[in-house]
Design a protein around this ligand. Structure first.
Ligand SMILES: [Mn+2]
Length: 317
């Protein structure tokens, strides 16, 4: 039996389904969770499905807290957009009866699912989910399509990143066919507050550019000063995108404080693969967009050193 058929069969047979995504969710994580939730409801209306982990503030009613352990034990867990089991945002993950992993990240270690629907050459997990739904000839409602479209455009940066393929456009066209309003979706995702625009300007004005690498170290004080209802933490750290499309910049990076006292590192490039550096510093992701984690800021010179090596090697080729 082919993998898609097996995955469909597991979904059909499951008594309960739990859908979990990665910690610090982006829109591909939310879009995959919500998209898959609605897809399953569209096609198997009586299925009991639980969304877990950090909720989407506009869909709070769909999220479950503190699931009964007896339900968890009889559940099929579907993880979306998450490469490693450690990053799966679900406290009770070790108690589930089976796991299906649906993802598009590069697999470095062994896959953790009983079934692993992983397409490394897709731009978004939402692309994988849509391709699966099409393969199984599932009905796709507008609400499912809206959510899946959001993941597709955010992970591809509106079809700009190199992983955008003819398959990505095929999936986008399929979702558009359901009658979704594209303009409305873009407004929901990209409309920002004045506070957010000012934060972008602040970071750009105070960043350091040296030999092709630009970076900014955001502090705890800045977190307290800038993050509020008009500038959510996710938006606050996605400021890294402000460095895109600058002629002198080959690799760019944002370092920001995390709740646990460590620092997150967002690494980006439009040419040089930075995922190996992310791996060296407790992270991973994609060739041109990765995340890492450092314990303290003393590690910055070591990261810069690795990044300069990449640029120098690239230049010599
Ligand atoms: Mn993704």
């Amino acid at each position: 039996m082919i993998l898609n058929e097996q995955v469909e069969l597991e979904i059909k047979d499951a008594k309960y389904i739990i859908i979990a995504k990665h910690q610090s969710p982006d829109w591909d994580a939310f879009g995959s969770s919500l998209g898959l939730y609605h897809l399953i409801k569209d096609n198997f209306p009586n299925k009991e499905i639980f969304l877990v982990g950090e909720p989407d503030e506009y869909n709070l009613d769909l999220w479950s807290k503190n699931l009964d352990i007896n339900i968890v034990k009889e559940s099929l867990l579907i993880t979306v957009d998450t490469a490693n089991i450690e990053r799966v945002d679900f406290d009770q993950k070790k108690y589930v009866s089976k796991i299906i992993k649906i993802d598009h990240h590069i697999v470095y270690e062994n896959n953790f699912g009983n079934y692993n629907l992983v397409l490394e050459n897709t731009i978004a997990c939402c692309e994988v989910i849509t391709l699966f739904a099409l393969d199984r000839k599932w009905k796709i409602s507008q609400i499912a399509a809206r959510n899946l479209y959001k993941g597709l455009i955010t992970d591809s940066n509106r079809f700009m990143y190199e992983g955008t393929s003819s398959s990505t456009f095929f999936v986008a066209a399929t979702l558009k066919e359901t009658g979704i309003n594209i303009q409305e979706i873009y407004s929901e995702l990209y409309m920002r507050s004045f506070q957010c625009a000012k934060w972008n300007a602040h970071v750009l004005l105070n960043s350091i550019l040296s030999n092709g690498i630009i970076y900014y170290v955001a502090t705890n004080d800045e977190h307290l000063e800038w993050v509020n209802d008009d500038l959510k933490f996710e938006q606050w750290k996605s400021v890294v995108d402000v460095f895109n499309n600058i002629k002198e910049v080959k690799i760019w990076m944002l370092i920001y404080p995390k709740d646990d006292g460590t620092f997150g590192v967002s690494l980006r490039s439009n040419k040089y693969s930075i995922v190996e550096v992310a791996n060296k510093f407790n992270g991973g992701g994609h060739r041109l967009a990765s995340g890492a984690k450092i314990k303290n800021l003393d590690e910055i010179p070591a990261i810069l050193n690795e990044l300069h090596k990449i640029i120098n090697e690239g230049e010599r080729k």
